[in-house]
Design a protein around this ligand. Structure first.
Ligand code: MG
Length: 101
């Protein structure tokens, strides 16, 4: 799935989810807070790999990374940011750095 399709699909399901009873649409602040929560869940898994290997679950790590991406998309959507374009720009910046070595 390309980034634009992924972005559209995340927003489609979040729009439905946000209209369920007792739900509110995300604001920038609530989306960033949820993003930090998901980053914490990624950190917990990565920390477990070293400190509590019996609790490390690579499948869950993948799910938490996907959760992080979902909230990145929600934030981008709130600010009308085209993540496809931004990712292209970001990759180009890395390529420019590589070319200077
Ligand atoms: Mg999660």
């Amino acid at each position: 799935m390309d980034i634009k399709k992924f972005q559209d699909e995340v927003i489609r399901v979040f729009t439905i989810f946000d209209h369920l009873p007792n739900r509110r649409k995300h604001t920038g602040l609530s989306a960033v807070t949820h993003l930090m929560e998901e980053v914490g869940e990624v950190a917990r898994q990565v920390t477990s790999e070293y400190h509590r290997p019996e609790k490390f679950d690579v499948k869950n790590l993948g799910q938490e990374l996907a959760d992080v991406l979902q909230f990145v998309v929600v934030i981008a959507d709130l600010y009308k940011i085209d993540l496809s374009q931004e990712m292209s720009n970001s990759i180009k910046k890395v390529e420019d750095k590589i070319s200077k070595f």
